[in-house]
Ligand binder design. Structure first.
Ligand code: TMP
Length: 207
């Protein structure tokens, strides 16, 4: 059995991840490949409960350490119950956010030590890393405007603009450090051009 490919989609708030996630999965399915779409934090009933804890706005102040551990607790559950079994069966996994989001939000946004995140990554994931990570990048203001129009703000969306500037910078640093795995697409261009760029990135994996 050939192992499935693991593709993750990353970016700040309101960059259009959801639309593009579905475009990617349809494109792969058209090639006769089984694929599942999932997300983080979340992807299993327990991990979705943890997601709710993380995003809830009405809780007591959440310490940065608690936040980081909850993110990785959800991830451990997701990997063991969804991601690994699917990949082992030859199913491709398309995931809305993964560990690069932890480097961006907890590392960049919250200023948590990168070496702590790395230790958790190695511990929780073993050797599991995405085969391809697509970073949708747009100026912070553009994405925030879209996110704010969408619905009530969650705990992360309620952060100040500076937080999202730090998140964006941390994503761009991840790109610089992992140029083989992470590929950037400008999100503030016509959807048709974003989709052309997505096809260019995914096509080589289909061979
Ligand atoms: P979403 O709204 O794009 O689905 O993501 C939920 C929020 O969770 C988003 O604001 C980013 C945040 N997040 C982290 O802070 N760390 C992580 O590791 C992940 C996966 C998400």
């Amino acid at each position: 059995m050939i192992r499935g490919k693991f593709i993750t989609l990353e970016g700040g708030e309101g960059v259009g991840k959801t639309t593009n996630l579905h475009f990617i999965s349809s494109y792969i399915q058209e090639h006769g490949i089984p694929v599942i779409v999932t997300r983080e934090p979340g992807g299993t009933p327990l991990a979705e409960k943890i997601r709710k804890l993380l995003l809830d706005n009405d809780s007591e102040a959440v310490s940065e350490t608690t936040e980081l551990l909850l993110v990785f607790a959800a991830r451990a559950q997701h990997i063991q119950h969804v991601i690994e079994p699917a990949l082992a069966q030859g199913t491709w996994v398309i995931c809305d956010r993964f560990t690069d989001a932890t480097y961006a939000y907890q590392g960049g946004g919250r200023n948590m030590r990168i070496s702590t995140i790395e230790s958790l990554e190695n511990w929780v994931q073993g050797t599991l890393r995405p085969d391809l990570t697509i970073l949708l990048d747009a100026p912070v203001e553009i994405g925030l405007e879209r996110a704010r129009q969408r619905s009530a703000l969650d705990r992360f969306e309620s952060e100040k603009t500076n937080f999202f500037e730090q998140v964006r910078r941390a994503y761009l640093l991840q790109l610089e450090l992992n140029p083989q795995r992470i590929k950037l697409i400008k999100a503030n261009q016509p959807l048709i051009d974003v989709q052309k760029a997505l096809i260019d990135l995914i096509q080589p994996l289909l061979k």
